[in-house]
Design a protein around this ligand. Structure first.
Ligand code: GLA
Length: 392
């Protein structure tokens, strides 16, 4: 008997087995998404002109070339449904297809927002009962990213008989939109937003999430950023190519923190392999803001091809050390001083699994650090970070 066809069949079966499917580079979100989102700065005032200005600024500032590609319109674009149930934009967005064409012409992608409930958080039309119809509309407009915010569905969930029923209701709602998006045939990055309830990191991938918010909303102040960012410890194992933990959008450049506090924000989000979605007005950036958002060495940490999220490795009082393993065998090491006073701390490299002679580069000073010995002492200003890339 000719065994060749059987052999080829077995090869094919191995190639398409679930394990292999998982190990292949995902089409969407092979590295964490980078872009801009309207909510943090513009809230409900976002309109067509603002979005075009952000796309222009993303190109002119060099952000697009640094890897930022998504222009995401958050809540408050929605209008009414017509008699066929089709969703329309409100008057701030006269023509979503034309806007998508404009954004695409700049080499960028366009994202939208909706809710699995009847209403969104800001009280606009949600997608409940119109999931496939809405997904088709997004595809027709040329949408590339959907943030799907639980919000309105909480009304139905509260009326559920038990927590388990409510939990299932939420998961089913996310699955429904996943299937609707897939049925359009258009690759649309699917971002779950339900504030981390029911440990979403454990099941977000199984309902099709390319990313899931792990927390409530960030605010533009040090306390909020620290509370969110430094509470991500222990979540690293749930993230990977195609499915990322999302500790919310960036506040860099919005004015509520100092430059070194925003450096903490950017450094930690990069170690966390978090989506880097700028939340400021890109058309009015100071040089300090550009230097943070456009720091290519820090972006390279976030976008590292290994896709391994970092985690806390040490903390004492207000000093925290977080580290992330990188594809070339090096490590990103963030030494954070969250105190209001100066701090001097030893970095015991051996305790971090690093032995022998090391080379280190300071990613904010863009300089190699000469004297890294086994117990290197770092002096840190209040609310500041030393971000190193360490290799041997
Ligand atoms: C929720 C989300 C925010 C934003 C608003 C919009 O609060 O968590 O990120 O999308 O809704 O209404």
């Amino acid at each position: 008997m000719n065994k060749l066809p059987l052999f080829i069949c077995s090869l094919l079966l191995v190639a398409i087995s679930p394990a292999n499917l998982h190990s292949q580079t995902p089409t969407l979100g092979a590295t964490p998404p980078m872009g801009w989102n309207s909510w943090n700065h513009f809230k409900r005032t976002t309109n067509d002109a603002i979005v075009r200005a952000q796309a222009d600024a993303m190109v002119a500032s060099g952000m697009r070339d640094a890897g930022y590609t998504y222009i995401n319109i958050d809540d408050a674009w929605e209008g009414e449904r017509d008699s066929n149930g089709e969703i329309h934009t409100n008057s701030k967005f006269p023509d979503m297809k034309a806007l998508a064409d404009y954004v695409h012409s700049k080499g960028l992608k366009l994202g939208l927002y909706s809710s699995p409930g009847l209403k969104t958080c800001a009280g606009f039309e949600g997608s409940l009962g119109h999931e496939q119809q809405d997904a088709n509309t997004y595809a027709k407009w040329g949408i590339d990213y959907l943030k799907y915010d639980l919000c309105g569905l909480r009304v139905q969930m509260k009326a559920a008989k038990s927590d388990d029923v409510a939990f299932k209701m939420m998961k089913d709602a996310y699955i429904k939109m996943r299937d609707a998006l897939r049925a359009t045939g258009r690759p649309i990055f699917y971002s779950l937003c339900q504030y981390g309830h029911n440990q979403v990191w454990q099941w977000g991938e199984s309902v099709g999430g390319n990313a899931w918010r792990t927390t409530g909303d960030i605010n533009d102040n040090f306390k909020s950023m620290v509370l969110i960012g430094f509470h991500q410890a222990g979540l690293s194992k749930y993230a990977g190519p195609g499915h990322w933990n999302d500790p919310d959008m960036l506040e860099i450049g919005n004015g509520g923190m100092t430059t070194s506090e925003y450096q903490i924000h950017m450094s930690l989000w990069a170690i966390l392999a978090a989506p880097l979605l700028a939340g400021n007005d890109l058309s009015k950036m100071t040089q300090e803001t550009k230097d943070i958002l456009l720091n290519k060495e820090v972006i390279a940490i976030d976008q590292d091809s290994l896709g391994k999220q970092g985690d806390r490795v040490w903390s004492e009082g207000s000093i925290e050390i977080w580290s992330r393993n990188l594809a070339d065998g090096s490590k990103a090491l963030g030494v954070f001083n969250l105190a209001d006073t100066k701090a001097v701390t030893s970095i015991h490299l051996k305790d971090l699994g690093i032995t022998g002679t090391v080379k280190a580069r300071d990613l904010w000073l863009h300089k190699n650090v000469d004297a890294i010995d086994p117990s290197y002492k770092a002096t840190l200003a209040p609310h500041s970070v030393l971000l190193l890339r360490i290799s041997q």
